[in-house]
Write a protein that binds this ligand. Structure first.
Ligand code: NDP
Ligand code: ZN
Length: 355
């Protein structure tokens, strides 16, 4: 079967031949339909993030997949059922985080991640997976199934943000997304269409003619150009916000988030920056957090419950927006375009088989 693999840091993704996998007991065989690409894939390709599987000299990419069960292999799944795989797998049998169904909370070294760290991904015509990590998705959403994993990242982030504010009456009205990449725009769409914040903002560094900036206003958000108004000046220019969702990976935004927040607000950090030393007024930040009851938290990955919530959310996103997100789906023979598509395409994916 065909697969897309890379030697991280040493080259471009290449089309390779691999034997079709045989499911082990408890695993199903899945025929891959579509696999999305995000910033993490580009970081893996560049060698900045992730790791090869033990003993391998390349990594099959892909962690945002949707497929169809080819062989349930004695599991409770049905042949022909559409499924979305979760990303983390246990490296060994004894792992309390996986036993609790919370692999997303496992520390480094206690998990592998398919297509990212220590395990081959889903960019292959077939893959196998334990059935417990395959989340059924309705047939009418299957074409959009590669969006479930990124949405699940935001489901988890919001669950943790809300939990951090659960000790008091918190009634957020305004939200700010930092970043107009795929994760930022999907999250903005969730804020507008599902959570129905009264006012939303999205920060980028593109001219107003850029397609993503148009999407921000079509979604109902106010675009903020960080070259004119840094995140820390949003309270002066617009308003202090109840929730900040950072999806830029720009390390200064972790600190500017605290200044952008209204009293009792919460900031969630998603970006994965490289080391970068710069000056911050630590005293002011510390004081802001304390005197205004602010919270700042980091979050990574997501578990099965977040995937299930993401499937519900996907069904609620406006059709015009999901159509926009599928305009960058490329056939397997044009897979390179999916990695090299210009900035005008919000989200790209590779189609291994027609949905
Ligand atoms: P992208 O890199 O595609 O998007 C980042 C966006 O932020 C780009 O639009 C970029 O603009 C913008 N940006 C960067 N710096 C600034 C700045 N100083 N001012 C304004 N805008 C800025 O990534 P994704 O959308 O795929 O993901 C977002 C982040 O989340 C990444 O860091 C990724 O690694 C991380 N991530 C984290 C996950 C988790 O579980 N925690 C899961 C998935 C992703 P431009 O294009 O103009 O440079
Ligand atoms: Zn992803």
């Amino acid at each position: 079967m065909k697969a897309i693999a890379v030697d991280p840091g040493a080259g471009e993704p290449a089309l390779v031949e691999r034997p079709r996998p045989d499911p082990e007991p408890g695993e199903a065989l899945v025929r891959t339909l579509r696999v999305g690409i995000d910033g993490t894939d580009h970081e893996v390709i560049a060698g900045h993030h992730g790791d090869l599987p033990a003993g391998a000299d390349d990594l099959v990419l892909g962690h945002e997949a949707v497929g169809i069960v080819e062989d349930p292999n004695g599991t409770a799944l049905e042949p022909g059922q559409f499924v979305v795989p979760t990303v983390r797998r246990r490296p060994d049998d004894s792992n309390e985080f996986f036993e609790r169904g919370e692999p997303d909370m496992a520390p480094s070294g206690e998990y592998v991640e398919r297509g990212i760290v220590g395990a081959h991904g889903f960019m292959a015509e077939y893959f196998t997976s334990p059935a417990e990590y395959l989340v059924p998705i309705p047939a009418e959403l299957a074409a959009l199934g590669f969006l479930v994993e990124p949405i699940s990242i935001t489901e988890k982030a919001l669950e943790h943000a809300v939990a951090s504010r659960s000790a008091f009456e918190w009634d957020p009205e305004s939200a700010l997304v930092l970043g107009n990449g795929p994760l930022g725009l999907i999250t903005l769409a969730m804020f507008e269409s599902v959570l129905e914040f009264d006012r939303t903002y999205c920060l980028g560094r593109r001219d107003r003619s850029h397609p993503t900036v148009k999407l921000v206003s079509e979604l109902g958000g106010t675009y903020v150009d960080s070259r004119e108004t840094p995140a820390s000046e949003i309270p002066a220019e617009h308003e202090a916000v109840d929730l900040v969702y950072e999806a830029t990976g720009h390390a200064k935004h972790a600190f500017e988030t605290v200044e952008a927040l209204a009293p009792n607000g919460v900031g969630v950090l998603l970006g994965v920056p490289e080391p970068w030393e710069f000056e911050v007024d630590g005293g002011r930040l510390h004081r802001e957090l304390v005197l205004h009851n602010k919270a700042l938290l980091g979050t990574v990955n997501s578990h099965r419950g977040h995937f299930e919530a993401a499937i519900d959310t996907l069904a609620q996103l406006p059709d015009w927006f999901t159509e926009e997100l599928t305009s960058g789906v490329y056939d397997l023979e044009n897979y390179q375009d999916a990695f090299d598509a210009g900035d005008d395409v919000v989200k790209t994916a590779i189609e291994f088989d027609a949905v």
